[in-house]
Design a protein around this ligand. Structure first.
Ligand code: ZN
Length: 237
């Protein structure tokens, strides 16, 4: 079931305070229209009672699709606040485990920090793809196209709509302007070969080691590791 409660919020335009019913969790099996609202950027959208401007309230929100076994938790965490986001995620996991009927195993819960990543992860899981493998492909794209896709300035998002039976599609987003700039393609055969390579226990463990945090993100990994080191080149003065 979806969960909603009343929150006290403030209009970002005029400062008016008001209360609004906001979602804490959406269940798209019992309320499929909420998936459409999410894709149209209308979940937790509020209209100000004073100046009538519309805005979206960004707050932690759980997406649940029980039929497909998909659970994705969005904790809006700006760069630098990832540790807080991970703590909130740990609290959610505890709360979910307490509510779970005995004997029923909860599917994996995914953690994302931005709304775009949230939509990306839902599409990715619906397409039957593995998030660690997709982030590994992004890791390769960042390292092989460093001059054009510098992780400090650009972010890569999996694009389900423009993916074809031949190619997986990624979109390059400029971090500062948030503009979507261009599409990159990655051959599905190469992806299948990578998946086969990482099917072995040792390789699967190496993949988990590359993405140890519950926040599985190639860009976050590269920003923690100096890019020069990841590229295997000596830093220049
Ligand atoms: Zn207002």
């Amino acid at each position: 079931m979806s969960q909603q409660q009343e929150y006290s919020i403030r209009c970002p335009k005029c400062g008016q305070e008001q209360t609004a019913q906001l979602y804490d969790a959406i269940n798209v099996q019992t309320e499929p229209e909420l998936r459409d609202q999410l894709m149209q950027n209308k979940i937790n959208a509020v209209q100000c009672v004073s100046c009538a401007s519309s805005f979206r309230v960004d707050k932690p929100l759980l997406y649940h699709d029980p039929a497909r076994g998909i659970l994705v938790y969005w904790v809006p965490a700006p760069a630098g606040a990832e540790a807080t986001g991970e703590r909130q995620f740990a609290d959610l996991l505890l709360a979910l485990a307490e509510r779970q009927p005995p004997g029923i195993v909860l599917p994996a819960v995914h953690l994302v920090f931005s709304r775009l990543e949230w939509v990306e992860r839902i599409f990715l899981l619906e397409a039957g793809l593995d998030e660690r493998m997709i982030e590994y492909v992004k890791h390769l794209i960042y390292l092989n196209n460093h001059s054009q896709v510098d992780p400090r300035k650009k972010t890569l998002l999996f694009n389900a709509q423009d993916s074809t039976p031949e190619n997986l599609c990624f979109v390059v987003q400029d971090v500062a302007s948030r503009k979507l700039e261009r599409l990159l393609h990655y051959n599905r055969k190469a992806y299948a070969e990578l998946c086969a390579l990482f099917a072995g226990a040792a390789q699967a463990q190496a993949l988990r080691k590359l993405f140890p945090s519950p926040y599985v993100s190639a860009r976050a990994v590269l920003l923690q590791t100096p890019v020069a080191a990841a590229l295997g080149t000596a830093p220049q003065d």
